[in-house]
Design a protein around this ligand. Structure first.
Ligand code: UT7
Length: 315
């Protein structure tokens, strides 16, 4: 397939590091040096589904396609205010499409997983035009009195439209179960048959374990993807990495032995927006004319599970 349109949408509320010091024992200096985040967009008076629909509409406009041209919609999402129906159905109605749709939850690696699904469905002859929307509100998952997690995240939606083409050169996904490193429980309704107390636990994270996994998995996924496509790291024009921590990005950059200019960063203004981070970064790079036709782009993401993946595609 080929990416023919991109779009993104962000909440209007911007929360700076200094604003967090009003209620948290933290500092701009700590957050900036340890993570690279200076501010983040946080859901307040908008709904995630509206951001998802806005990002989808922008991607369709950019692709000069209409909702009725779509054959499939995939939405990557970890939490939103509905347990059911799935967010992709809400997006389908919001943009006026009538094609089948599905949600996936592959944490921060959702965009790469969605690309693999779209590409595989296309290769099987089942779809031509596919909309992928990643819509996330991780700021609704964290405990805002826990300085170890809440400072990291931001909300937003990113979307792409894919059409037939030969631009995706290789995709590699991986998973390695480590469910105690990054997790959250939400309470389910009691039944007459379940007596255990239901727990409502906000996002829990073993930060250093996640950090080590991220560097290792992304380095390996990117290397496997490049090898599969017969491309060496120098030939790649842009590395778009999941925006979780600038120190993770620079460790991967060192591993690949590539210049910092090839690694666009927007975590400074967005924080970690989970699976939305890759398509938002892609959209911002595209709209700032960073890509030329034929450029090679490697993208990689990792998240809770652990799951991870990388893709190499031609612009
Ligand atoms: O999409 C995947 C999601 N998650 C990630 O990618 C997270 C990956 N991990 C990380 O990015 C880093 O591990 C963190 C940014 C989460 C933490 O950075 P770190 O350098 O690993 O710090 P640490 O956890 O070792 O904590 C160092 C100190 C601790 O104090 P003590 O015990 O040394 O006195 C923490 O309590 O920093 C303290 N600390 C803070 N201080 C000020 C933790 N959070 C904060 C904070 N402000 N916000």
């Amino acid at each position: 397939m080929k990416i023919v349109g991109t779009g993104s949408a962000l909440p209007t509320k911007i929360v700076t590091n200094d604003m967090l010091t009003d209620f948290l024992d933290t500092s701009d200096e700590w957050i900036t040096t340890r993570t690279g985040v200076k501010s983040r967009h946080v859901i307040s008076n908008e709904k995630l589904e509206d951001l998802a629909i806005e990002a989808a509409r922008k991607a369709l406009d950019d692709a000069s396609l209409k909702a009725e041209d779509l054959d499939f919609i995939i939405c990557s999402n970890v939490v939103n205010e509905y347990v059911t129906p799935q967010l992709s159905c809400i997006i389908q109605g919001g943009i006026g499409a009538s094609c089948p749709c599905m949600d996936i939850n592959c944490a921060c690696a959702g965009f790469i997983h969605a690309l693999e699904i779209a590409e595989s469905f296309h290769k099987a002859g089942r779809v031509n035009n596919v909309l992928i929307v990643c819509a996330e509100e991780p700021t609704r998952m964290t405990d805002w009195s826990d300085r170890r997690t809440c400072v990291l995240f931001g909300d937003g939606a990113g979307a792409v439209v894919l059409a037939p083409g030969n631009n995706i050169r290789s995709i590699k996904l991986s998973a390695s179960s480590a469910t105690d490193k990054l997790w959250q429980y939400r309470p389910l309704h009691p039944t007459p048959y379940i007596t255990k107390d239901e727990q409502d636990v906000p996002l829990q994270m073993k930060g250093q374990d996640v950090f080590k996994f991220a560097v290792k998995a992304a380095s390996k996924d990117i290397s496997r993807t490049l090898e599969d496509a017969g491309v060496n790291a120098d030939e790649v024009d842009h590395y778009l990495l999941h925006q979780a921590n600038v120190r993770i990005i620079s460790a991967i950059q060192d591993y690949l032995n590539q210049p910092a200019e090839k690694f666009p960063v927007n975590i400074t203004d967005h924080g970690n927006s989970s699976s939305s981070s890759c398509p938002i970064l892609l959209d911002e790079c595209r709209r700032s004319s960073r890509f030329k036709d034929g450029d090679l782009i490697a993208m990689s993401a990792f998240g809770a599970g652990f799951v991870s993946g990388a893709v190499l595609f031609e612009w």
